[in-house]
Design a protein around this ligand. Sequence first.
Ligand code: KIV
Ligand code: ZN
Length: 391
Amino acid sequence: MAEGKIHIFDTTLRDGEQVPGCKLNTKEKIQLALALEDLGVDIIEAGFPISSPGDFESVQEIAKVIRDATICGLSRAVYKDIETAAEALKPAKRPRIHTGIGTSDYHIKSKFNSTREDILERAIQCVKWAKNFVDDVEFYAEDAGRTENEYLARVVEAVIKAGATVVNIPDTTGYCLPHQYGEKIAYLINNVPNIDKAIISCHCHNDLGLATANSISGVINGARQIECTINGLGERAGNTSLEEVVMILKQHQQTLGYYTNIKTQQLNPLSRLVADTMRMPVQANKAIVGANAFSHSSGIHQDGFLKNAQTYEIIAPEEVGADGSRIVLTARSGRSALAHRFQKLGHQFNRNDIDVLYVEFLKVADRKKEVEDTDLHEMAKTYETTTVTVN
Ligand code: KIV
Ligand code: ZN
């Protein structure tokens, strides 16, 4: 593995699809899986095969058509789950079983009414069982974010010894602060003797809006796989957003030294496809893929942007496949933006004209949320007629 390569594990079709209302049928899942492969993700978590016959079929059909990416199926630490995942993954060129169990005391005591030793043994046994079917086995320590590091290290060491190729450290409840999550990963790297035999993976939820920051902190501290979803879809407040982590790594490649295989020009088109197919609109102010991600509406920003786009944009819209930067004309806009738009619409006005027109513009802008091109044409027509009449 290249030192700085970060593996992108997409779970839009599994954790993302768990969102109420986002349920997909097999045809829709195949369409999105093909688009994800095209985007360049390394691993596609296609579903949870034991959960329903429909999901089993989806994983199986995706496994038939995807050739480059690894196809992953989720299971609990239950033999039947693992066997079902293995069956669904049979047609896959690169199959991976993702199995695991809760390791925090909340899970051990409240969910399983069990003990740490028993859970450790179950973790080992589920990995060993999965290894009977596939070489590539990922283990997840659910609620690792709230699992005591010493015990977590014991679990991680044991599952790697049992054959896990990837160990997922989920912050299932989105609880950790970025430095805490980073320290957890660093603790594992420094205290698990066989850690070099597996890839450590980040799987962060967004309950406190920290999923992206936590994943990046995980990578900086030694993780080499990020589990994420398009548009940050996922349980409750969602998962780490794929487009955010990918662009952070790209934007800071010089200083951090990491890269992914993602073709970033496809991020916006795929975001729209996922939003439409999963019937889950993207919030306008969402980083990278929101409708306002490249919109400038205040006069100060517009003036700076028109002089040099980089004054207010750190990413060129075309780099992420967005439609382009947008100057939005509102009551907060200034004369430069107004003059620029008139020029684009084919009206040539000098500074004095713009001063007069700007007063009219503000009247319209105070009445409306956004001043449209039709309003400007109207304003220009009236102004030109009045000017001609006076002359
Ligand atoms: O959030 C989580 O812990 C999960 C696991 C099943 C990987 O989604
Ligand atoms: Zn999750």
